[in-house]
Design a protein around this ligand. Structure first.
Ligand code: FE2
Length: 347
């Protein structure tokens, strides 16, 4: 995986109107924040390619060259490195150095462990009641997040580095929400950071409630206590605001809205359908799965597989919620391959 540290940026004029180059040209896409190969070495720059390059530059794209081809570029284009601003030496910040190291660690981790299948690892984790591998995989990825993008991305990275290192209830929710979001095609780092921060902080409001209330299964709470318990969303959001922590509005919404459901039967605002952000539904659904499985909802521990089968079959089960919107729901019921289980039962 190539990152911004592998490239230096050049201007259009640095190509000097030539049509072939002994080095590779990459382009930086500002929307996806990714570098991709544009023109291989010694291949002709056609008119179509040139038009496309200009189109991209007008929209904030950049031309990039691999740092390892620096010498080839300078010689072929007859430049001294002092003439290329991005080659001016800059001392990297400690966090940037650490990120480079974490990117290398991630490469080594992937080489050592091979392809990671979230669905099969999730199934194994549920069967063995051990989420260490899922948590470790999420951590190794999250600590490679950008250190210069935003406060929320940096906070996600810092929290993963400090806390995402053991198999705890909160870490199960954080790591699973993060990996589940990716299966819902959320790959933008800012959105993933919102998921991580939201999942870490969503029960901050519990600190303002009596411990006995937090520990009582929600279905066993008296109505008056239930109303107070439901305030944990508002209290958490309030604490974040009071603390002055700078996190994105979307991450705050996850804390506030993780119990909102698309049919309007959630809390605290009984939001309906599309007025609930998809990220809140993602974290809300994963939290609900773990809470239901642990007995936090109805007082009885339930295997994750049984929950997913009940969800998939839309079997009425007291306390089990299904209203996470079609997109999230359809991904949720594939978290474990239940067809295999049901085939076994039928046999
Ligand atoms: Fe909650």
């Amino acid at each position: 995986m190539k990152t911004e540290y592998d490239f230096f940026i050049i201007d259009r004029d640095h190509l000097k109107g030539k049509r072939t180059f002994p080095f590779q040209l990459y382009v930086f896409n500002p929307i996806h924040k990714k570098y991709s190969m544009f023109l291989n070495g010694n291949r002709p720059m056609t008119r179509e390619l040139e038009t496309f390059m200009d189109f991209m530059l007008e929209r904030g794209g950049k031309i990039a060259i691999l740092k390892k081809q620096r010498r080839t570029f300078l010689t072929a284009q007859e430049f001294h490195e002092s003439e290329i601003p991005s080659l001016a030496t800059r001392e990297l910040h400690e966090l940037e150095k650490e990120r480079i190291m974490n990117l290398k660690l991630k490469e080594m981790y992937d080489e050592k462990n091979g392809a990671f299948s979230f669905q099969s690892e999730f199934e194994k984790a549920c069967e063995t009641d051990n989420f260490e591998k899922i948590i470790e995989f999420a951590r190794v990825e999250i600590i490679t997040f950008s250190v210069t993008q935003s406060q929320t991305v940096s906070l996600a990275l810092e929290m993963a580095k400090k806390y995402l290192d053991k198999d705890t209830f909160v870490n199960r929710i954080v790591a699973t929400s993060y990996l589940f979001a990716k299966t819902c095609n959320i790959n933008d780092q800012a959105a993933l950071a919102d998921i991580v921060c939201g999942a870490f902080l969503l029960h901050l409001g519990y600190t303002q409630l009596p411990l006995s209330m937090v520990r009582t299964p929600t279905m066993s709470l008296f109505d008056k206590d239930k109303k107070l318990f439901e305030k944990h969303t508002i209290l958490g959001n309030h604490l974040i605001k009071k603390s002055g922590i700078e996190i994105s509005e979307r991450a705050k919404k996850i804390i506030l809205d993780h119990h909102e459901r698309v049919l309007g039967n959630g809390y605290p605002s009984m939001k309906y359908s599309e007025s609930i952000e998809q990220l809140s539904l993602i974290v809300g659904s994963i939290t609900h799965l773990f809470e239901y499985s642990s007995g936090k909802i109805n007082g009885t521990k339930t295997p994750m597989k049984s929950i997913i089968i009940s969800m998939k079959n839309k079997t009425f089960t007291p306390g089990l919620e299904l209203d996470f919107g079609e997109k999230v729901f359809s991904s949720l019921v594939t978290l474990i391959n239940t067809d295999k289980i049901e085939e076994k039962k039928a046999a």
